[in-house]
Design a protein. Sequence first.
Lengths: 159, 159
Amino acid sequence: MIGGSELERLLRGAALRVTRPRVAVLAAVRDHPHIDTESIIGVVRERVGAVSHQAVYDVLRVLTTAGLVRRIQPAGSVARYEARVGDNHHHVVCRSCGAIADVDCAVGFAPCLTAADDAGYTIDEAEVVYWGQCTDCARQGRTGPAAEQRTVHSHEQPT
Amino acid sequence: MIGGSELERLLRGAALRVTRPRVAVLAAVRDHPHIDTESIIGVVRERVGAVSHQAVYDVLRVLTTAGLVRRIQPAGSVARYEARVGDNHHHVVCRSCGAIADVDCAVGFAPCLTAADDAGYTIDEAEVVYWGQCTDCARQGRTGPAAEQRTVHSHEQPT
DNA sequence: CTCACTTTCTGGAATGAATCAAGACACCGG
DNA sequence: CCGGTGTCTTGATTCATTCCAGAAAGTGAG
Ligand SMILES: [Mn+2]
Ligand SMILES: [Mn+2]
Ligand SMILES: [Zn+2]
Ligand SMILES: [Zn+2]
């Protein structure tokens, strides 16, 4: 809901052409932190009409490479994108519903942690994912991953 | 290469029946840290002959649920398993070749980090993934993800 | 030892995210 | 105003993983 010219400047600053799909995708990601590709396609189509899924995938790749958006992928989740970049923040993920929230990094730049023994690796980033349960799920006493429909695998016995 | 009876005890201790596939999968994971499912199937078949991929997937799920193995899934990687459990250690991943090495946790139990602002979540684990480049890749000057064959997407311009 | 119950096998089929493909067209910007 | 970049359309493909279901095998409690 903020000025598109702002986004235009971002794109030009990254030496990227300003196109409708790019601006729309960038806006969608900025307005919906940790949004997944499917939802981006939905949001973008609402705003600018027809956009091919191919275009969205292409745009996301370009924006990610340019560093305008960040791609995150907690285990068990599809790829998600956010426009909050450059501050090396972390995430907390709900084991029950998959909700993601930002967690500020005390250090603010990468790598914000030093490995005791780095096994010789040259480390450029320490990614931290906090796992737990969000307030909603805690209150409702949800337990397992809500994403899975709790269908019982035929080879598995119900507990 | 260690006693199978050791593994049997592990399984029984988790109230799991001792079956050939289970013992074989557990041994494979223990002997090949951070092994992926495909490789597990290979290793298991070498040792005990025919085992269905379905059985391996089932076994891995059971072992993971029982806490005998840990499943890790760094972004851009397929699921990998390890038998080193209970010590809350972390991992360092090579951006070029995907190699994974263990990183001891200074604390040794979860959660080993406290979030500045946990957004109300009840946090039970802080997972840390160090990203960087392994010694081999650094020496050979590899740059991009080696997993991807560097084929140029038709919609993408080479830099 | 026996039997009920669990686990695995077989052989596919389906899923879902992501990528690839390629020609035609649109449109951005120097 | 063009050259070249980006997008469109339509479909196919890949790959890990899960689902399926009946039959066979194997385990362990009693
Ligand atoms: Mn974030
Ligand atoms: Mn490990
Ligand atoms: Zn939740
Ligand atoms: Zn490497």
